[in-house]
Every structure is written in C-alpha cells, then in structure tokens.
Design a protein around this ligand. Structure first.
Ligand SMILES: [Zn+2]
Length: 288
C-alpha cells in the first residue's frame, strides 16, 4: 500500500509525496517561493512521521529548488538525484539561472517575499544506473533517462509497475498531446523514451500532472512516444522547407503552449526550453 499526493505549493511547482507503510519520499520539490506552503502540506499528511528522502528527477529550478527548505523540518531527510544533477546544483552559473527563474516564478505567483536558499542546493545521495532506494518493502530502482537534461533520472518499482518518470518523456499538453522536452539531443531522448515505454508501467507519475493509472497511463506513454517522434518529423519537414529557428519556434509554441500547458509552465520557462531545443534539433537535422 502506498499513496501519492500532490503537495506542491503553487501551480507549476508541483511536488509529490509518496508514502508507504514504512517510509516517505518527496518526488521533486517545486519552486523556492512556494516551498513554505509545500512543507506545510507535507506536515499535514505526515504529522509526526519522518520524511526519509527527497528524490529529484532533475536539477531544473521548478523541480529542485524546494529541496533546500525541506531539511529544516526534516533534518534526516536525504536528497537523492543523479551524479550529474549533483554537479549542476553546485555550479555557480546554474545557480544564477535557478535564482533568476525562481524570482520570475515568485512574481507570477504573486509572492513578493521568500528566502533565497539557492546556495544551499545540494544532493546527499548521488545515484546512478541500477541503484536502489528502499522505502521499506517498496524498492525504487534508478533508471537514468537523459534527454530533457543530461541529469534526468526516473525511478521504477517493478512490483507495483509504478514509474516515477521525468520530463524526458514529455509533458501532457492536453487533448492527448505530449509536449516533447528534449534539450540535450533527439537520439539520446528517444533511447530513454523507448526504454521507459518498454518497462510495462501500469501507473506513471508525470511531473506537473501527477499519477496516471491504467488506460490513462498506457495512453500517455503511447502519446509520449508518438509526439516525441512527431516533433522531430515536423522539425525535419520545416527545415527542408527552409524554415529558420524563429519560424520553427513560433510553430511549436502555437502547437504546444496550450492553456493547459500554461497552467504549469510560465511562458518564460517555456521560451527558454524552446530556445535550447530548436537549435539543438536544427544542429542534428543539418548534420544528418
Ligand atoms: Zn525541466
């Protein structure tokens, strides 16, 4: 028996609390500005029980920032993430981006004051392929899933057929669409997508949108495979038709920046991601 609850402090800064009979883990940790509300939400559920882990799917500001506030309330909670995420979170240049993006998220959420703890971001347990996080009887196997970022990682519970996924699979954009989020490389992302799709998950925790079960899980995974390929197909077609970076970016924004997507992703973050993705795709296509 386990439960998964969205304890995020504000839309876009989703964080999910996984509670088993013996242990509790927070999956991702949202923005800095909403961390206080998130911690309160977690306390409401856990009461006197400890929080054992914070599992970070990657190092982006909307997933990792809240982790710097959690250890005040639960000093024994260990933050786990990939080896590469650990490196990123310690980099001054990455911290500068995280700080700026958190300020933007705070502005959008109408939160004028929050404590900046970017310099405390860290990972206690650097995990890699095959490592296991034990939540009592529930075992989570680490499956690196680079593609969205190099530091993306998923966690897989074979017994429950439960996949705690990351943004390399993409983000539901509404109406069965899944917005691809590959920023590192198409080929690399597709390897991860195919690997995660082949696990046979019956339940999937999607970043920002939460738990999908049964048919919704199957449909999301099928749509993720489809749209990850379709995005590249359209980019190739556009490139052959002579479209430049700005034209492709405009086309993709029209397609994927739906009101549904806008609920969980600030426009600035969307544009920033697209600003990495489109030039990367163009380089791959032009090099083919
Ligand atoms: Zn991300």
């Amino acid at each position: 028996m386990y439960t998964i609850t969205n304890v995020g402090g504000t839309p876009g800064g989703e964080a999910f609390l996984l509670v088993t009979e013996e242990k509790a883990a927070l999956i991702d940790s949202g923005f800095a500005c909403s961390a206080g509300r998130m911690v309160a939400n977690i306390k409401d559920i856990l009461q006197d029980r400890p929080l054992d882990y914070v599992l970070l799917t990657h190092s982006h500001y909307d997933h990792a920032s809240g982790s710097a506030y959690v250890q005040d309330a639960w000093p024994d909670a260990r933050v786990a993430g990939s080896v590469y995420a650990k490196k990123i979170l310690e980099k001054p240049s990455a911290r500068a981006v995280i700080r700026e993006m958190n300020d933007n998220a705070a502005l959008l959420a109408g939160i004028s004051e929050y404590e900046d703890r970017t310099d405390r971001l860290h990972i206690d347990i650097a995990v890699s392929e095959g490592d296991v996080i034990g939540l009592g009887t529930m075992k989570l196997r680490v499956i690196p899933a680079p593609g969205h970022t190099k530091c993306c990682t998923a966690f897989w519970c074979e017994e429950e057929k439960l996949l705690l996924s990351c943004e390399t699979l993409g983000v539901p954009a509404g109406g069965g669409m899944v917005m691809p989020c590959y920023m590192v490389g198409y080929g690399l992302a597709m390897q991860s997508v195919e690997r995660l799709a082949a696990l046979g998950a019956e339940k999937i925790l999607t970043p920002h949108r939460g738990l999908l079960e049964g048919e919704a899980c199957t449909a999301f995974i099928e749509n993720a495979v489809y749209w990850n390929k379709e995005f590249m197909r359209r980019a190739r077609e556009g490139r052959r038709a002579g479209k430049n970076e700005a034209e492709l970016a405009r086309e993709f924004k029209e397609l994927f920046y739906t009101p549904f997507m806008a609920e969980v992703q600030p426009e600035k973050a969307f544009d920033l991601n697209l600003g990495y993705t489109i030039p990367m795709l163009i380089r791959e296509i032009d090099g083919e």
